[in-house]
Design a protein around this ligand. Structure first.
Ligand SMILES: [Mg+2]
Length: 280
């Protein structure tokens, strides 16, 4: 039995869904299931013209692309069941719950359709802890008529701020985990206010912004930066904690990555008249 929560410090832990808790984008899985080709090209086309917030491409297609008009709520739910999740999400939440000094409130905030996320995480994360894109469906046909909310880009900042304000927490008690460009706004926002940001991909847009980057197929990996930066544990204590839970941190390579591009450039020297010239 866990201790009463009253003396524990609350931490708001918010995670993206697509490629943060899963391996594939919901849009890819749904399109394959429905037999609709060219999802990635459509997303690239939308990204090029900057019509929608990054991450909000699937909701846009569901609402406006004639090929996606056949998608109903039951398809979103069925697609959720086909999404391959990262390992040990339930275990990660269970281990967080057992920490003595901290009480984690875990939420998923994602632009993926809320029905698909709820289906994918059924039995792991309660439905009321999941904030995805909500649609209005035609009551007769079930067709998607309009969008209620898209938590993509700046839309994620709005949802995270609502969750934080409800709990009356300062930003340094907020942790956000994400993988892609849809998470840039919320990470910049939290960094500016001393929040904690964790990237779980090598996407350079996000790794350059996030305070920590952790790469693993296993959701438990996120515990490492949380235990170090939030609970204040050193690496020996983190290793011991994992070992006590019967888990081995087999490869833990910490590298600080500097992203550089270096090209040959003409060398400029001043001539006798003080003019610069290029030396090839
Ligand atoms: Mg993502």
């Amino acid at each position: 039995m866990s201790q009463p929560n009253s003396n524990k410090q609350e931490i708001l832990l918010v995670s993206d869904f697509d490629q943060t808790l899963s391996f594939n984008d919901t849009g890819v899985v749904l399109s394959e299931m429905m037999g609709i080709a060219g999802f990635e090209q459509r997303v690239r086309g939308l990204a090029d013209i900057r019509l929608v917030q990054q991450g909000g491409e699937l909701p846009y297609l569901l609402l406006h692309d004639p090929e996606y008009r056949c998608v109903r709520r039951e398809h979103l739910w069925a697609a959720g069941k086909r999404i391959r999740l990262k390992g040990n999400i339930a275990r990660m939440l269970e281990l967080l719950e057992r920490l003595d000094a901290l009480r984690f409130s875990f939420f998923v905030v994602s632009a993926a359709p809320e029905d698909a996320i709820q289906s994918a995480l059924e039995g792991i994360v309660p439905a009321d802890r999941i904030f995805g894109t909500q649609f209005r469906h035609d009551p007769q046909t079930g067709e998607i008529q309009s969008i209620v909310r898209v938590p993509a880009g700046y839309g994620k900042v709005v949802v995270v701020e609502e969750l934080r304000a409800l709990r009356n927490l300062s930003h340094d008690r907020v942790v956000y985990v994400g993988d892609g460009s849809s998470d840039v706004h919320v990470m910049l926002h939290l960094n500016r206010h001393d929040g904690h940001t964790i990237a779980v991909s090598e996407n350079p847009f996000i790794t350059q912004i996030a305070k920590r980057t952790v790469l693993s197929d296993d959701a438990l990996a996120v515990l490492v930066p949380i235990l170090q930066d939030i609970a204040g544990w050193n690496s020996a204590r983190v290793r011991a904690y994992f070992a006590a839970e019967g888990l081995l941190l087999q490869n833990w390579d910490r590298v600080h990555t500097d992203w550089l591009t270096i090209r040959n450039a003409p060398l400029h020297v001043a001539d006798a008249g003080g003019h610069a010239e290029a030396v090839q």
